[in-house]
Design a protein around this ligand. Structure first.
Ligand SMILES: C[S@@+](CC[C@H](N)C(=O)[O-])C[C@H]1O[C@@H](n2cnc3c(N)ncnc32)[C@H](O)[C@@H]1O
Length: 426
């Protein structure tokens, strides 16, 4: 059985940190080894260094996401920790709706909630079911619950909304199961009325956020614990930018913002804690009098598209895909299709042939390309970091079009020109 070396732990640990923010120091060598080992045989790599080099030279980015999938902990369940959902039902949402009703005339009333790092979607649907129970006339609201994760695989399952018996037995009452799910063989699929309240997108929380708009409530639970203190702090700063002034931020049970210099303050209610922006105080906040009530502009909607009842589309940013079948976590490589309509084109849920293609593509690389001259793994990592950085600049500059079509020089010139024009316009 292939053992991982100390140097490989260091290099792969840094590489994983660079692509996902997940911190794995030398003490987590066993974890890197055990979670990445299956990828060795899947990709035909003999050593962990080979896997690193192969991932680095995989321009499709698939291997990178396989590594993220293998490393990240996707543990989640319905109504996890219960308190955040009690806070939502008894405190945050009633107060927010009251304020909104005073401030905004438009009906339906917009309500935007983000479940960041939602894994396979249980948190998203727990929020949606809570709202459905609380708000009898959903037509009076324009509800958006955005679920996002770095992993294609979990986002695919989340958006399809199908769960095993084991999964629905974790945190979901019998009453909710029968009320909000349809049984499909031995599995359960969320009903369209709940699913229609949701959207899903692939978002790496450590990268600049895409155009997501502003949110009234953000759930970000049980993910920041895997990040470094500095990444964590940057992440919460970014949340402050996309949270409405009177919005609420909910963290995991073992997470807290204390000790970080952030524009949030904590509020306690019953046994729960949630965060609001500093300076916001519901008691002293002046809501407009009824005479002053007017239609205030609401923030722009995000780019992601709504899941329509009865259909199965998922829009992952810049990449519309058709999900035809839920992708079981345990066997992502060969999920047979049950529906005859449209095949899944989801990139990170490869069928066996896709895996084979990838392996074959790997074989077409010359040994030299696959294994650069053995300078050192560490210098190879430095190179990877530079390439990633350049790729990011190119990607941002081209607004999502693929890199390599324009020269880097001309892209930077375009960027500079755009910046100048923007400055002129403002
Ligand atoms: C333990 S689960 C938490 C799920 C859910 N929030 C909950 O509390 O039940 C952590 C999730 O974070 C995701 N994740 C890890 N790094 C991420 C990143 N940089 N950006 C977005 N999601 C990330 C993982 O893919 C995983 O699904």
């Amino acid at each position: 059985m292939q053992k991982i070396t100390v140097e490989e732990i260091k290099v792969l640990g840094e590489y994983i940190h660079g692509i996902s923010g997940i911190v794995l120091d030398h003490s987590k060598g066993y974890l890197i080894e055990s979670r990445l080992r299956p990828l060795l045989s899947e990709t035909g790599c003999k050593t962990f260094s080979d896997l690193f080099y192969k991932t680095r030279s995989d321009s499709s980015g698939r291997l990178k996401y396989k590594i993220i999938d293998a490393i990240s902990t996707n543990e989640t369940f319905f109504f996890r920790d219960s308190t955040p959902f009690e806070l939502l039902r008894n405190k945050i949402l009633p107060e927010l709706i009251d304020r909104r009703r005073q401030q905004y005339k438009p009906s339906p009333l917009p309500l935007r909630i983000w479940s960041a790092a939602c894994s396979s979607g249980q948190e998203v649907y727990s929020i949606a079911m809570t709202l459905k129970e609380m708000l009898p006339d959903l037509r009076s609201y324009n509800i958006t619950i955005l679920g996002s994760d770095i992993s294609d695989t979990v986002i695919a399952q989340a958006s399809y909304g199908k769960y095993s018996k084991f999964e629905v037995n974790r945190g979901l009452s019998k009453h909710y199961l029968h009320k909000y799910f349809n049984q499909v063989g031995s599995e359960w699929r969320i009903k369209d009325e709940i699913r229609a309240m949701t959207q899903f997108d692939k978002i790496n929380l450590l990268k600049p956020f895409p155009e997501v708009g502003k949110f009234d409530i953000i759930f970000c639970r049980n993910v920041a614990i895997y990040f470094s203190p500095s990444d964590r702090s940057k992440l919460f700063q970014k949340f402050a930018h996309v949270l409405e002034d009177d919005g609420a931020l909910l963290l995991g049970g073992s997470e807290s913002l204390s000790g970080m210099n952030l524009p949030f303050e904590s509020n306690n209610y019953l046994r729960g804690i949630y965060y609001q922006k500093k300076g916001w105080n519901a008691d002293t906040h002046n809501t407009p009098s009824s005479a002053e009530q007017k239609t205030l502009p609401r923030p722009a909607s995000p780019i992601v598209h709504k899941v329509t009842p009865g259909t199965k589309p998922v829009i992952v940013r810049n990449q519309p895909v058709q999900i035809k079948e839920a992708i079981p976590k345990s066997k992502p490589a060969s999920t047979p299709s049950q529906s005859s309509s449209k095949a899944s084109t989801f990139p990170s849920a490869p069928t066996t042939p896709q895996v084979e293609r990838e392996t074959q593509a790997g074989k077409t690389l010359t040994a030299k390309q696959e294994k650069p001259p053995k300078k050192s793994l560490l210098s190879a990592l430095q190179e990877t970091k530079r390439t990633e950085k350049n790729r990011l600049i190119d990607k941002q500059t081209t607004d999502g079009t693929s890199t390599g079509k324009k020269s880097r020089g001309s892209l930077l010139a375009t960027l500079a020109a755009r910046k100048k024009k923007k400055e002129k316009d403002t």
